[in-house]
Design a protein around this ligand. Structure first.
Ligand code: C2E
Ligand code: MG
Ligand code: MG
Length: 269
């Protein structure tokens, strides 16, 4: 026996329509990378950016990734999107170096279908070779859930990227099953503390204790830490005291087009 609701039909048709217009958007170059600064909490300077994808419709409407990345993931479109993100991220970072900005790390987000590709290493190598970017200025962000879906293969793939010299960040840490023991196994270089721990860290003592403990464990493993979603100075101060290395959030800047980030770098660096 299968349940049926008219809304199921609507949702399938809706998703197919969205898939079609997304395919068209990709070929019409409507996808664009926005960049959000990552700050070194010790120096207050920009040490990297996270590339976050946006779909800019011809009428100027900006669509956020949550509205189309899941659809892209359930079709073949995610491969094309990730290819674009990888190449464009490397190209842009190399361009900033050529423009004379101090070197920063470019972080890109990968979904599990990107990450588990057999030719992952070759794709990354190609993007680095085409752009001329050195591998140490590229970082790949992966979520915990992704890494744990096939831990042995994940470690294998991660090691391939690490061998190239590419950095590896664990995104949204604390939202999945977050076993601290995985910090032993996964060859990551950066841990991103999820925004949900940071939002109320001023008032929520448990969040503060968890964050402090994770930071010290990461330190003992020589893994750097970054807090996501810092929105005010109070949160920043608490995180600095807890020994967090880097920060990212609206306090320093929302995701923005490349030209705006250049403006910010001129003032910030
Ligand atoms: P994420 O990788 O965890 O990215 C952080 C999200 O938090 C971004 O949302 C960013 O705009 C938002 N954020 C940053 N600082 C603050 C803050 O201070 N306050 C608040 N309220 N929010 C903040 P965005 O850009 O909408 O991206 C959402 C998610 O979509 C990302 O989460 C990532 O998982 C995914 N995504 C974005 N770009 C790509 C991409 O190129 N490829 C793939 N596969 N996924 C992507
Ligand atoms: Mg991310
Ligand atoms: Mg995140």
């Amino acid at each position: 026996i299968c349940g049926y609701e008219p809304s199921m039909h609507d949702s399938i048709i809706g998703n197919t329509e969205l898939e079609k217009s997304l395919a068209l958007a990709i070929s019409n170059n409507e996808l664009q990378l926005f960049y959000q600064p990552k700050i070194d909490l010790k120096t207050g300077k920009i040490m990297g950016v996270e590339a976050l994808i946006r779909w800019i419709k011809p009428d100027g409407t900006i669509i956020k990734p949550d509205a189309f990345v899941p659809i892209a993931e359930s079709s073949h479109l995610i491969g094309k999107i990730s290819e674009f993100v990888l190449n464009e991220g490397c190209r842009q970072n190399r361009m900033w170096q050529k423009m004379g900005f101090p070197n920063i790390v470019m972080s890109i987000n990968f979904t599990s279908s990107d990450f588990y590709q057999n030719d992952l290493k070759e794709r990354v190598l190609d993007a680095l070779a085409i752009s001329g970017l050195e591998s140490k200025w590229l970082e790949v962000e992966l979520t915990e859930t992704l890494a744990l879906s096939d831990i042995d293969y994940a470690v294998d793939q991660m090691n391939k990227l690490r061998d190239l010299g590419v950095k590896l960040a664990m995104d949204d840490f604390g939202t999945g099953y977050s076993s601290l023991s995985y910090l032993q196994i996964l060859p990551i270089t950066l841990l991103k503390l999820d925004r949900s721990f940071i939002t109320d860290i001023q008032n929520d003592n448990i969040a503060f204790e968890i964050v402090s403990a994770v930071i010290s464990i990461a330190k003992s493993k020589k893994i750097k830490t970054i807090a996501e979603g810092i929105e005010n100075h109070e949160q920043e101060e608490i995180l600095k005291k807890a020994g967090c290395d880097y920060g990212q959030g609206y306090l320093y800047g929302k995701p923005m087009p490349a030209e705006e980030l250049e403006e910010l770098m001129r003032n910030f660096l």
